[in-house]
Design a protein. Structure first.
Length: 395
């Protein structure tokens, strides 16, 4: 079948397509719950973090890493038969997970187990490429694998938390926090610190890469402490580590000296995503400061959504656009429509952060959540209308 051959010819095509489809679907379910159009016994809210970490974002990363790992490490491309088996396992297990949310929650643990198996197979594939490579500099791939391994532990803890024990709640806390901050944030950051300066140097030959030599070590250990202090719910220690993280990220971005005005729109959208990192940590610093000073102010998930939407989603769409165009022999260029979507997304992120603070006023929190969810859905659908058809069509 010609269509299937084209669709499966490159790893990013099936995985990006699936990731975007489930991103839209889960947002639609959330929107339905918040507008009272769907009744899922709050299960979608309970598994919101899990679905974003281990179903949606991971499929984008797997598609991207299956393309770049062989290139980074000068190894043969992953065979189509192999990565398509992984794709089917992710895809079918994700469908089963969603149906369980809607129909029968008691079956969810089965599909979580299958998704964990899929993630283990992905890690094994990437690790073998890394291990077999003779390339001397494996710094970036090593740290991607370390963060990926933490993701396996997070996924496993989430799975065993389904069994009702005295520590089930704690296990879920550890699973969600380590999955979000070390696995998800870690992989996004590891890829960002490798690719953004590299892409910049390609576009601006005189640009010099000025990253810190131990950037990933610093990031990783700060994040381990952040997760530990967050689970302990210690505002003082969390304030301390968030302040260090804020200083670290600001210092790093200043050191990079990204040439904002010398690159095209498809590059500065990647830059914008990076600037959401210090914003998120600044909000977290404020939140913990207010807690220590007993200032009554609800932050809800403002810092978390600064990371998840501001950093992860912005850079996902930025990298996604580059990969889709570049690997289909099209010019890597953001047209006016794509630029509009990027800018519109930033407005939506501000709306979602603003929604968190409406709990401190007479404004309707649910209304602002629904507005931001609706517009994010619209952006993803509009992006898909241009780029998903390229993915589905194939090279």
């Amino acid at each position: 079948m010609t269509w299937y051959k084209n669709f499966s010819s490159q790893p990013h095509q099936p995985f990006f397509s699936s990731g975007m489809a489930f991103f839209i679907l889960f947002l639609f379910l959330l929107f339905g719950v918040y507008t009272n159009e769907l009744s899922l016994n709050d299960s979608i809210l309970t598994y919101h973090a899990y679905s974003m970490i281990h179903i949606v974002f991971i499929q984008f990363f797997i598609g991207f890493l299956y393309v770049v790992f062989p290139r980074f490490l000068v190894q043969a491309q992953i065979k189509v038969e192999k990565y398509m088996k992984h794709f089917y396992l992710y895809f079918l297990s994700s469908i089963g997970f969603i149906l369980s949310l809607i129909v029968q929650n008691s079956f969810i643990f089965i599909f979580v187990f299958l998704l964990l198996v899929a993630q283990i197979l992905s890690f094994k594939t990437l690790y073998e490429i890394h291990k077999n490579s003779k390339v001397k500099n494996k710094y970036d791939t090593k740290w991607i694998l370390i963060c990926f391994f933490i993701g396996l532990l997070s996924h496993f803890l989430f799975f065993i938390s389904f069994f009702d024990t005295s520590i089930s709640f704690l296990l879920k806390q550890v699973a969600v926090n380590s999955g979000f901050y070390i696995f998800l944030f870690g992989i996004v950051f590891a890829v960002s610190q490798r690719m953004v300066p590299f892409f910049t140097q390609v576009k601006v030959p005189e640009y010099k890469i000025r990253k810190s030599s131990k950037i990933m070590e610093t990031f990783f250990f700060l994040m381990v402490f952040k997760v530990s202090f967050t689970i302990l719910d210690d505002s003082l220690l969390t304030l301390f580590i968030d302040t260090l993280f804020f200083i670290f990220i600001v210092n790093e971005l200043v050191k990079w000296r990204l040439p904002i005005f010398k690159v095209s729109a498809i590059m500065w959208v990647l830059y914008i995503s990076l600037y959401w990192i210090p914003v998120g940590f600044f909000i977290s610093v404020l939140e913990n400061s207010f807690n220590l000073l007993n200032i009554n102010c609800i932050f809800e998930k403002a810092s978390l959504h600064s990371f998840a939407l501001g950093y992860f989603t912005t850079i996902l769409i930025g990298f996604g656009t580059r990969v889709v165009l570049g690997h289909s022999n099209r010019t890597v260029y953001a047209n006016n429509f794509t630029i509009f979507l990027f800018l519109f997304l930033q407005i939506v992120i501000v709306l979602r952060v603003f929604a968190s603070f409406t709990l401190n006023s007479g404004l309707n929190y649910i209304f602002w959540i629904n507005i931001s969810s609706f517009f994010l859905l619209l952006i993803l659908i509009l992006w898909s209308s241009s780029y998903l058809k390229i993915l589905l069509k194939g090279k």
